[in-house]
Write a protein that binds this ligand. Structure first.
Ligand SMILES: *Cc1c(COP(=O)(O)O)cnc(C)c1O
Length: 210
């Protein structure tokens, strides 16, 4: 839809890359970026990013200079390209780690990975509903690899999260912005997307929230 318009289609795929289908080319995504530390299960520090020809054209026709060195894509592009103009020292060890992460994913198979997240994400959500929790995201807008759960009335967000971490070794994310203190964000990504992790969390919540 945006293909013929003077508009770029940008997708934040930090949560989703390698956890569910992401057809960057077929879907006409102009700029798509992710992180190494979520479903790819690689140490944090790398952000895979891709640009369409259309996005590159916009980048190349920028009238003003980019203000920051850190994410000056006009420079990074020349570093990445055949010119190899210095921009930073590449984090080589991270690139090896990314390669290994990708190798492990492909060993399982991409479709298997997607299916695993879908199935286990569904299990987690059903388990939470069975315990009487309410999910924050409406049906049709839920990600398999991230469940957002409403903190029940009369339950202390802070207390439950600390006890989960201290007594059970499970960390859940807090709500951000308007949902601060109101929801928990439970990740089920890549290597952590395991049946035993779901059982551990559900049984901990059963103990802690009555
Ligand atoms: C985790 C996440 C981020 C933040 O990435 P960090 O590298 O942890 O700062 C941004 N967007 C989405 C969709 C995410 O899941």
């Amino acid at each position: 839809m945006l293909r013929d318009k003077e508009m770029l289609f940008l997708v934040d795929a930090v949560t989703s890359l390698s956890g569910c289908k992401l057809n960057v080319y077929d879907w006409g995504i102009d700029i798509c970026y992710s992180g190494a530390q979520k479903c790819l299960s690689v140490p944090p520090g790398l952000s895979p990013i891709t640009f369409s020809e259309k996005a590159l054209k916009v980048l190349n026709s920028k009238a003003s200079k980019v203000q920051s060195w850190y994410l000056d894509l006009t420079m990074i592009r020349r570093y990445w390209g055949t010119e190899r103009v210095y921009h930073h020292t590449a984090p080589i060890s991270m690139i090896f780690a990314l390669r290994e992460g990708l190798r492990i994913i492909l060993e399982d198979g991409l479709e298997e990975r997607f299916g695993g997240h879908e199935t286990l994400g569904g299990h987690l959500n059903s388990g939470l509903l069975e315990l009487g929790f309410k999910l924050f995201a409406q049906e049709g807008y839920r990600l398999p690899m991230l469940s957002s759960v409403i903190v029940p009335d009369g339950v202390s967000d802070q207390e439950i999260r600390s006890r989960l971490l201290d007594d059970y070794g499970i960390e859940v994310g807090v709500g951000l912005g308007k949902t601060k203190g109101k929801i928990w964000r439970i990740g089920l990504m890549g290597e952590t997307c395991k049946r035993q992790n779901i059982h551990a969390l559900l049984s901990a919540l059963r103990d802690l929230v009555r």
